[in-house]
Design a protein around this ligand. Structure first.
Ligand code: NDP
Length: 328
């Protein structure tokens, strides 16, 4: 089956004459609504009476309560936080859905872990940008694309793929390319980045900071050397632009030799083993169940760890270094 789709495979015109109801006007909601409107589509916004409602109005959109927007729209885009979505879906969106309409998610999470079970008779699709909301808008305005994972969970009309491709093109993603995955694959990849790659990288950074501070280097020098100069972020950007190994050519020979010969010492099998265990926890649904229970209990562990996090000395080292080098 074809997996990659580009501008030439998608037709925004397929959604002409239909109303797109964007539920939520935050990071993704605002960016996607503006892009879809600029692509010539009819967009209305569904939000509760709050701050983002004003923003949507001053951006020139017609704004409705969520239930009303879901009733008026033929394509409903769920762009509110994943953790509040099941409740909002059940109480305010579901009553407004009609047979033959479509619902589009920007993350596979709630469908993959069965926290939302949509009724039959509607198309259930996904356009999950690999880009923060501000980037979704900026890339569109600049005429550049960004990758997204798309999915079709339920194809009631037989036209769900056309719908999802039209949305992906409307928000500007097919310019770069979109890849067809299952909702579960999207959600699992996303959670793996958050729960394996991100934390492993964070621990490596913390170890490096601690090693150098324990060895007596000034805190500000350590922080600026490792992270706050932006040099590392710049190298990451060059990995994206040039390739993983090609970007190494931008570094000195001393740097390349030292890095290549020493990198083997950090091949620690325990890292991959822990990543595998974390992935299994995600795929089995154990994480989703744990997180649901934590929310129902009022977030005790979440708040406790956040409190500890804020007390970590790195917060003070970060502040001192920013002040010393006038960063931020
Ligand atoms: P946001 O946190 O930016 O969503 C904010 C919007 O949701 C606001 O309009 C807010 O309204 C509304 N909202 C919040 N809580 C509720 C509630 N209980 N009831 C009704 N409305 C509520 O979300 P994101 O844009 O970050 O995420 C939206 C979707 O996009 C998610 O599925 C996410 O996984 C996905 N995604 C997000 C990315 C990102 O960059 N953030 C990247 C790719 C995908 P109010 O002002 O009233 O609070």
């Amino acid at each position: 089956m074809k997996r990659l789709y580009y501008d030439r495979d998608a037709d925004v015109g397929f959604l002409k004459g239909k109303t797109i109801g964007v539920i939520g006007y935050g990071n993704q909601g605002r960016a996607q609504a503006l892009n879809l409107r600029d692509s010539g589509l009819e967009v209305i916004i569904g939000v509760r009476a709050d701050e983002t409602r004003q923003q949507a109005k001053s951006d020139g959109f017609e704004v409705f309560p969520i239930r009303e927007a879901a009733e008026k729209a033929q394509v409903v885009m769920m762009l509110i936080p994943d953790e509040v979505m099941p409740e909002v879906f059940k109480r305010q969106v579901l009553p407004g859905l009609s047979k033959g309409n479509a619902i589009c998610f920007a993350s596979g999470y709630n469908i993959a872990f069965k926290l939302i079970e949509p009724p039959s008779g509607i198309d259930v699709v996904m356009v999950a940008p690999r880009m923060i909301g501000a980037g979704v808008r900026q890339r569109y305005v600049e005429g550049r694309g960004f990758p997204s994972f798309i999915g079709v969970h339920q194809d009631a009309t037989g036209k769900a793929l056309k719908t999802v491709l039209a949305i992906a093109k409307g928000i500007g993603s097919t310019k770069s390319g979109v890849m067809l995955l299952t909702f579960a694959q999207e959600a699992e990849l996303d959670l793996f980045t958050e729960q394996a790659f991100g934390p492993a990288f964070g621990q490596v950074l913390m170890s490096a900071i601690q090693t150098l501070i324990d060895a007596g280097y000034p805190v500000e020098a350590v922080m600026v050397e490792l992270i706050l100069s932006g040099e590392f972020a710049y190298s990451m950007q060059k990995i994206v632009e040039l390739g993983f190994f090609q970007q190494m050519e931008l570094h000195s020979h001393t740097s390349q030799y030292g890095s290549m010969t020493r990198s083997m010492r950090f091949m620690i099998p325990q890292i991959a083993q822990t990543m595998k265990e974390n992935l299994e926890e995600i795929r089995s649904g154990a994480f989703a169940r744990e997180w649901e229970a934590e929310q129902k209990a009022g977030l005790p562990l979440f708040n406790q760890i956040k409190e500890l996090r804020n007390q970590h000395p790195i917060a003070e080292w970060d502040r001192k270094t920013r002040k010393a080098f006038r960063i931020g």
